[in-house]
Every structure is written in structure tokens, then in C-alpha cells.
Ligand binder design. Structure first.
Ligand code: CA
Ligand code: CA
Length: 228
């Protein structure tokens, strides 16, 4: 009986230590912006400069889009996402309100130095992550818009896909529509122009706990058998 009590206490102790060793508190992570680039349908097979202003707009026959990609490997694959917020700083120097719409990109097969309009148009996009109305505040004034992208980031993490991309498009037939500064731009007084902040927590590994419980049960069972 003494042995059984000791074994139970040992198993409970191990499980307790195991659970206490798993971080239970949410962590705030700022994802790393790895790529940002623009495309232009007027020059569809050429990679546009990705190191200055990234222009977006939609004319009668011209389509300019902005693409960006984050590395979220810092949060790990086995993670529950509480919130993921994409913040976009844009500037509209045109005297007309522009509407931007941001789509999830489920295809990560592009990079900022080689992306063209034709490559971008062939990429698979996921659901819209929302729209923002970009007011013409005047030259030199930017605005910040925050979009909830929790569902898409969780979807990517669930697939162990720790690269999260987006495509910024414009509606309303306005060209030029506006711009945001690339991460390489020399003027970053209002940095960052793109950010993805993730509130997440690791999911405890149930299999390890189950294995310990089974080991404890087997130990007790063996002890009982040996006493018969
Ligand atoms: Ca860039
Ligand atoms: Ca991805």
C-alpha cells in the first residue's frame, strides 16, 4: 500500500511539474516583415522597385497592388492565436477618398525582388481581411488602420505554415490611389508602415501527459500483479 501511495504521489508530482513547466501566459510577438513590393499592370512582366514608396491604385485600365509577407516562426507551430492584428500605415496625397482592401495570400511562392504583376496575378488569394477608407488628409499626412487577421494567422499556423502573406488592392477606380513606405525606404519617421502583432500561447502537449499517466498506471498494475 505504501508503494502504491508513493507511486501515485510520484505520478501526480511529475504531471504537476510538467504542466507548470508549460508556459501558460500569452506572449505578444511582432512578426518579422521579410518582403514588401509593388506591382503595376502597365509594366506587367517587370519587377518594380521595392525599396522606395510602394504605390497602389486602380485606374480604368491600370492596376497597382502591394504585396507583403511576414515570418511568424517566432511563435512556433503548436500555438493558439488569441489575436493577430495587421496594422497598415498609408498615405493619400490625392484629393479623393480611396478604399483599400487587403486579402490573405495563401501562396507564398514570390519574393520582393522578382515579383511582377503577372506573377502576382497568378498567386492564389484567400479571404478578404477587410477594407479601410483612406482619407485625403493632404500631402505628408499618413493614417493607420488596424485589421483583425486572427483567423487567417491561426489557419496558417494550423498548417505549420509560418509564412503569412497579404495583398493590398484598391477599389474605386482611382489612380494613383496612395502609397506606403517600404521597409527599405530611407525615411522611416513614422515607422512601421506595416506590422503584424500576434497575441498567442502555446498549446500544452496532451500526449506527453497521457504517456506519463499511462506509465504510472502500468507501474501500479505491475505492483498489484506482483503481490497476487
Ligand atoms: Ca521591399
Ligand atoms: Ca503562408
Amino acid at each position: 500500500m505504501k508503494f502504491e501511495k508513493a507511486a501515485i504521489a510520484l505520478v501526480c508530482g511529475i504531471i504537476s511539474v510538467l504542466f507548470s513547466s508549460v508556459p501558460s501566459h500569452a506572449a505578444i510577438t511582432t512578426a518579422v516583415l521579410t518582403d514588401d513590393a509593388q506591382t503595376d499592370s502597365d509594366d506587367p512582366s517587370t519587377a518594380q522597385s521595392h525599396t522606395g514608396n510602394l504605390n497602389f491604385g486602380q485606374g480604368a485600365s491600370r492596376d497597382q497592388d502591394v504585396y507583403f509577407m511576414f515570418d511568424v516562426s517566432g511563435i512556433g507551430a503548436n500555438t493558439s492565436i488569441n489575436t493577430a492584428t495587421l496594422t497598415v500605415r498609408t498615405r493619400n496625397d490625392v484629393n479623393t477618398t480611396v478604399t483599400i482592401e487587403i486579402f490573405a495570400l495563401t501562396d507564398d511562392s514570390w519574393d520582393e525582388s522578382t515579383l511582377t504583376h503577372n506573377i502576382g496575378a497568378a498567386l492564389t488569394t484567400g479571404p478578404s481581411q477587410g477594407t479601410a477608407s483612406l482619407e485625403p488628409f493632404g500631402a505628408g499626412t499618413s493614417q493607420l488602420d488596424a485589421l483583425d487577421v486572427t483567423s487567417f494567422v491561426q489557419n496558417q499556423v494550423n498548417l505549420s505554415d509560418l509564412v503569412v502573406g497579404f495583398k493590398l488592392t484598391t477599389t474605386g477606380g482611382i489612380s494613383p490611389g496612395g502609397f506606403l513606405r517600404s521597409k527599405e525606404h530611407g525615411t522611416q519617421t513614422e515607422h512601421p508602415w506595416l506590422s503584424l502583432v500576434i497575441d498567442s500561447e502555446p498549446i500544452p502537449e496532451p500526449s506527453a501527459v497521457s504517456a506519463l499517466a499511462l506509465a504510472g498506471a502500468a507501474l501500479l498494475s505491475r505492483r498489484r500483479t506482483s503481490r497476487r
